[in-house]
Design a protein around this ligand. Structure first.
Ligand code: IMP
Ligand code: MG
Length: 174
């Protein structure tokens, strides 16, 4: 499959993603029973994961969104731009950050710092993917879909220069 100038091959199928998302939701339902968590999904990449995850969450909860951008081409620029901010008061809230992928960890590091400084009671992370070999800071991901190799991926919300977010499966650079 081709996106722009690059060839990609199927890597994680929709069924496998769906099974893992359901398991994560089940764990969250158990851990956050009676805690009314506030999910904060980091746009754009997490929109599909957030949507599928939330459909399986069956405890009282809320969801909100922030939007950041740091990626250009296939590299994290490290310079994280905030495009949409948080409108909720998160003081004393149990926050669960929903992310598509943690690569260098720089984006998440910045988010965590901010949510903690706003007085969240507790902040945990649900990330569909991590690339542990590329992580530049130590980030503990409580709810993790899959650990993957340090290779560029697209699909299920993730893009390559704007395209590929709509794909049901996750593809890896050939
Ligand atoms: P980080 O700051 O390096 O951890 O990068 C985080 C963001 O970069 C993620 O939330 C993604 O949106 C994007 N990103 C990282 N790796 C990939 C990839 O392999 N494909 C598409 N987007 C990626
Ligand atoms: Mg992202």
């Amino acid at each position: 499959m081709k996106i722009h100038d690059k060839e990609f091959e199927k890597f994680i199928g929709a069924d496998k993603i769906s099974d893992r998302v359901k398991e994560i939701a089940k764990q969250i339902n158990k851990d956050y029973k009676e805690k009314t968590p506030l999910f904060i999904a980091i746009l754009n990449g997490s929109f599909m994961f957030a949507s599928d995850l939330m459909k399986e969450v069956d405890i009282p909860s809320e969801i909100s969104f922030v939007r950041v951008a740091s990626y250009e081409d296939m590299q994290s620029s490290g310079d994280i731009k905030r495009l949409i901010g948080l409108s909720e008061n998160i003081f004393n809230r149990e926050v669960i950050v929903i992310e598509d992928i943690i690569d260098s960890g720089l984006t998440m590091d910045k988010m965590l710092e901010e949510f903690q400084s706003l007085g969240a009671k507790n902040v945990t992370i649900a990330s569909l993917l991590t690339k542990p070999d590329n992580m530049k800071t130590e980030i503990s991901v409580k709810y993790l879909g899959f650990e993957i190799a340090d290779k560029f991926v697209v699909g299920y919300g993730l893009d390559y220069n704007g395209q590929g977010r709509n794909l049901k499966d996750i593809y890896q650079l050939k």
